[in-house]
Design a protein around this ligand. Structure first.
Ligand SMILES: [Zn+2]
Length: 337
């Protein structure tokens, strides 16, 4: 749709449907009589603006809610139910990220430099206090690797029939109330989504594996470096990943599923080892991830190779397309040569 505002004031009015099923009967956007969970992008769809260069935008988001409702957003408030939206990367400021409106139970704490808010519908079984305690010892470790965490972080939780996983957005995430902080296979959906937020990158049409691989790698690394899992458990997690990775026919695709993400973690770990050996242990994949997170935007294999080369001082063999395309070998079966 194209909208052409005219005169001193112009108004655009529209209605939209909140409910959306990601899988049958599993919602990633939903409104009930007591609460609503949605992404701001749903409410105000992404727009591109054609305007004179000298023009800029000022945006304020204001809610009118039923009596007894409150709202949790990733933005700082500038008044009762009023939020100032400022996205320095865009000329036209638009709200983005997760929102929760309704009868809300929330807890918040300052962890390092980040104000963390955990919010869920009142009466929901979400573990608000456990989540803050878990982040107290893990978030600072992740921030050492990726300092680009936003000043405010909103974690929105709710139970069924919401989608049973985690979904990240700008400065915010949705996390199903039933998700454990650490799964039986030693991965953490919470830390995985947090890594996505800190990285702030997306893949081009064949590079989702880089985005998902980095998020999963740093979720696991954060657990290990914070002492949340022992070396032995960490090795078991890697073994599990290498078994799973065998089911991925290729890294390159528009959507990285579980096996492909497992394979991506192994590929990135190989790159990490090569950088460490090329620099005598002075640099690692952490420097590459930090570089990508600093520049943000869309990543491609070429961009990853370039960032890794700048860190390692030479091109990495482990990131050559030919190497990455090789099938994952069974760890026990000796290959000829
Ligand atoms: Zn992910």
């Amino acid at each position: 749709m194209t909208w052409q505002p005219r005169g001193h004031t112009a108004r655009l009015r529209y209605e939209f449907v909140v409910d959306h099923e990601r899988d049958p009967q599993r919602y990633d956007s939903r409104m009930t009589a007591d609460w609503a969970i949605l992404r701001a992008e749903k409410m105000i769809p992404r727009a591109s603006v054609t305007a004179r260069k000298s023009l800029h935008s000022r945006a304020t988001l204001e809610f009118q809610l039923p009596a007894g409702w409150a709202v949790a957003t990733p933005y700082g408030s500038v008044g009762e139910l009023r939020y100032s939206i400022d996205d320095p990367t865009r000329r036209f400021d638009q709200p983005g990220g997760w929102l929760l409106a309704g009868k809300i139970g929330s807890r918040n704490d300052k962890i390092g430099t980040v104000r963390v808010v955990v919010a869920a519908p009142a009466g929901d079984s979400a573990r608000r206090q456990d989540t803050l305690a878990f982040l107290k010892f893990t978030l600072p470790r992740l921030q050492e690797i990726l300092p680009q965490l936003p000043p405010r972080l909103l974690i929105v939780s709710a139970g069924d029939p919401m989608w049973r996983g985690g979904l990240s957005g700008p400065s915010s995430m949705f996390l199903h109330s039933d998700r454990p902080l650490i799964s039986e296979n030693r991965t953490s959906t919470l830390l995985h989504e947090l890594a996505h937020i800190a990285l702030g990158i997306r893949g081009d049409e064949e590079s989702d594996w880089i985005v998902e691989g980095l998020a999963e790698h740093y979720s696991l690394e954060t657990l290990r470096r914070s002492g949340g899992i022992s070396e032995q458990r960490y090795k078991q997690a890697l073994k599990h990943l290498s078994q799973w990775a065998k089911r991925s026919p290729t890294l390159f695709g528009s959507h990285s599923n579980g096996p492909t993400t497992a394979r991506a973690v192994l590929a990135l770990r190989a790159a990490d080892a090569e950088i460490r050996s090329a620099t005598g242990g002075k640099a690692s994949l952490d420097d590459v991830a930090r570089k990508l997170a600093n520049e943000r935007g869309t990543v491609s294999l070429v961009r990853l190779q370039k960032a890794a080369q700048e860190v390692a001082g030479r091109p990495l063999r482990s990131l050559e397309r030919e190497q990455l395309a090789k099938p994952v070998s069974a760890p026990t079966a000796a290959r000829d040569g």
